[in-house]
Design a protein around this ligand. Structure first.
Ligand SMILES: C[S@@+](CC[C@H](N)C(=O)[O-])C[C@H]1O[C@@H](n2cnc3c(N)ncnc32)[C@H](O)[C@@H]1O
Length: 274
């Protein structure tokens, strides 16, 4: 989709809202990989990624980046001296990660049934992964099994309700945001992870909000507008005309340096009970 045009639903690119929980079955893994590469290259991607590295600074021992996608974090943490393996349930993602970073370790695996032994890991990291889980507590129970006592978990997810845009059509913005939230398995993960961690027996929980902002429409389009708009059109929540009016307004605001978009991510850290 070009940022100035709205494609008919039939021709929409991969449904980024609800495809990430099983990328290989979508038949459009390439679109998901391209999306992650754009997110990785963006300033907002860097800010969130680096916010998850800080809580791992003093942590040693073997760890895993769960839902590692195309592998950037595994390469970064390896460079920082961490003993790290990337795990992803998508073979296409693992292949992309291995191609990019052949010196790093990546394995295909499911966060709900990890191949690690009990208490094998000292740390566990997952960025923008729990937002795609229908049952996050199942994944947390598995995280708690593979982590050592006092082992560290670091999660980073948005609460998609925090998405704001400087549109002059706020009703359309709300309809698009609501449709996006209803298409994503766990859209409020960012603000719910802490409660799920408590429920799963983790302690020492800390939550750090990280607001990401985008001041031009082109960056916001790829990262949040296109996936949300695709969901809204697919659900019939807005018409093609409303979508065209909305995107053309956003484009116009951006051209006049009057565009702002923001979403808040929540970096949540905790420890396994000792
Ligand atoms: C939005 S992407 C985030 C990728 C990466 N963490 C990043 O921030 O760039 C979500 C990733 O989680 C993976 N994933 C989804 N469900 C999974 C599961 N049950 N176990 C392991 N990985 C999973 C997807 O294949 C995808 O690569």
């Amino acid at each position: 989709m070009d940022e100035r045009t709205v494609r008919p639903v039939e021709g929409a690119t991969a449904d980024l809202a609800d495809g990430f929980h099983d990328v290989d079955s979508t038949g459009t893994a390439r679109d998901f990989i391209a999306y992650l590469r754009k997110a990785e290259q963006s300033e907002s991607g860097r800010v969130v990624r680096e916010a998850t590295y800080r809580p791992l600074e003093g942590v040693s021992g073997k760890g895993a980046d769960i839902g590692c996608g195309t592998g950037r974090t595994v390469a970064d943490l390896g460079r920082l001296g961490k003993d790290v393996v990337g795990v992803d349930s998508s073979q296409a993602m693992v292949d992309a990660a291995v191609t990019r970073f052949p010196h790093c370790r990546f394995v295909k695996g499911d966060a709900l049934a990890l191949e690690f032994g009990d208490a094998e890991l000292s740390w566990y990291r997952a960025e923008r992964v729990f937002v795609h889980f229908h049952d996050p507590t199942q994944a947390l129970s598995e995280a708690s099994r593979v982590l050592k006592p006092r082992g560290t978990i670091v999660m980073a997810d948005p609460d998609l309700d925090s998405m704001v845009l400087s549109s002059r059509f706020p009703k359309t913005t709300k309809a698009v945001k609501d449709a996006f939230c209803s298409a994503i398995p766990n859209p409020h993960a960012g603000t719910r992870n802490a409660a799920h961690l408590t429920h799963s027996g983790f302690t020492d929980i800390e939550v750090t909000p990280v607001m990401v902002t985008m001041s031009d429409y082109a960056s916001a389009f790829h990262l949040m507008v296109e996936p949300a708009l695709t969901a809204a059109l697919a659900q019939g929540e807005i018409s093609q005309e409303a979508a065209a009016e909305w995107t053309s307004d956003l484009h116009d605001l951006s051209r006049r340096a009057a565009f702002t978009a923001a979403t808040t991510f929540f970096v949540t850290t905790a420890r396994v009970r000792g």
